[in-house]
Every structure is written in C-alpha cells, then in structure tokens.
Write a protein that binds this ligand. Structure first.
Ligand SMILES: [Fe+2]
Ligand SMILES: [Fe+2]
Length: 237
C-alpha cells in the first residue's frame, strides 16, 4: 500500500514500454553497482576502524542486501541491469575511495561513502519512490530507512574527528562532488523517462549533503560555499 496522493499516482509511467525498459536498465545498473560498491566500502572501513568493526560489517551486509533486492526489481520487470555503463561511471569515485584508503585518509573514505554516496542514494530513492512500480516501492522505502543509518554513522564519526579532519573533508568534497554530479548528468534523460525529476534530485542531494556537513561541524554558510564551489563546474542538461 502507498500513501501518495492521486496526482502522484497518475504521474506513473508505463513500466512495460520499450523506452521505460531501456532507461530503467541503465538506472537499475547504477543502483546495483552503487549498492555493491557501498558493500565493499563498508567492509574496508570495518578493517580500518576496529572499534566499529561489527557495526560496519552489518552496514555492509545491508548494502549487499540492497543490491540483491534491486536486482530483483529489475527481474520483476524482466529487465537486466546495464552494469557495464554503471561500473564506468562509478570507477573514478571508487578509485578516489581506494586512494584515500591507501593513504590512511579515513575521513576521506567516510566523506565519499558515508556522506556523498549516501546523500546521493537518499535523494535518488526519495525521488524514485513516487514513480516506482508496485513491486519496487516497498523495497525502496525500506532501503531508504537503512541509508539514513549509514549517513548517520559517517556524520557521528566525522563530527568526533572534525578538528583534525576538516581540511581532508573539504579537499575530498571538491574532488568527489564533481564526479558524483557527472554520474547524475549522464543519467538525466533516463531519469526523466522513468518519471524522475533530475533537478529535484540535485536539490534534495544538496540539501541532505549540506545538512550532513553542518552536523559534522561546518557552519551553514561554509557548507553552502563548499558545495557551490565543487558543483558549479558541472552544468545540468
Ligand atoms: Fe544501500
Ligand atoms: Fe548505504
């Protein structure tokens, strides 16, 4: 059962049209690869933060379940995820995570996975929820709840280490935000085809990410400036 007003339900696309199926295969690919990488990232964080080892492994297990569940959403519509495009799109972000990991830059790892990827996931799932098919809707709702736990973990860790990590946080934001937005830019047409509004998505992403930066320790104006500086170079089509 959903709680959306009738005008939202009327907006629902034709889940079986060729255009929907084609666009969904790429969107679903990005979701599945995003969740698979999130699993890997939390597992490596579990090794790097022994105090939170078990908690981080449980977050990784959630991400792995999300990937399986979203593969199921594609299967339900008889659509196969286009994972090759998704891998290419995520590769620079994943490499940046690995670079931070290699350099012992834990704050950088947590910003990439815990703040940026999680804010992106929350904004995307929120925007997808009203136009999701009836099978995907309850799954997306449950996943959204889990993603909030993940961002909360990163917010708490970064808040506790803000003094020594602030420069790293700012520096990684300026590298990772343009990459994240270019993933979004590649998918704008496909998002529109499946009923999502990419402009709303970017607005929700900025809002959630700014709130995360403020929770971590940035003043509102500094958080806004950091986001603006890092995103202005990526125009939305
Ligand atoms: Fe997830
Ligand atoms: Fe997550």
């Amino acid at each position: 059962m959903n709680n959306f007003p009738p005008q939202m339900i009327n907006k629902q696309p034709d889940f079986h049209s060729d255009a929907y199926r084609d666009a969904y295969s790429r969107i679903n690919g990005v979701v599945v690869i995003g969740e698979t990488l999130a699993d890997r990232h939390f597992r490596s964080l579990a090794k790097s933060i022994p105090d939170d080892h078990d908690l981080l492994l449980s977050l990784a297990a959630m991400e792995s379940r999300h990937a399986v569940d979203f593969v199921g959403c594609g299967r339900n519509l008889s659509i196969r995820a286009d994972t090759s495009l998704a891998r290419k799109l995520f590769d620079p972000l994943h490499k940046l995570f690995q670079e931070c990991e290699h350099n012992g830059n834990l704050a950088g790892c947590l910003v990439i996975q815990g703040l940026i990827i999680e804010s992106f996931a929350i904004a995307a799932y929120q925007e997808y929820l009203p136009v999701a098919d009836p099978y995907a809707q309850p799954i997306t709702e449950l996943v959204l709840h889990d993603e909030e736990q993940h961002i909360n973990y990163a917010e708490c860790w970064l808040k506790a280490h803000f003094k020594e990590a602030k420069n790293e946080v700012s520096s990684i934001c300026s590298k990772a935000l343009p990459i994240t937005l270019s993933i979004l830019q590649t998918l704008t047409n496909d998002m529109r085809t499946i009923g999502m509004n990419p402009i709303e998505l970017i607005a929700s992403f900025s809002e959630r990410f700014q709130s995360a930066l403020e929770t971590v320790g940035y003043k509102g104006s500094s958080a806004r400036r950091l986001i603006m500086r890092s995103t202005l170079s990526v125009p939305l089509t």
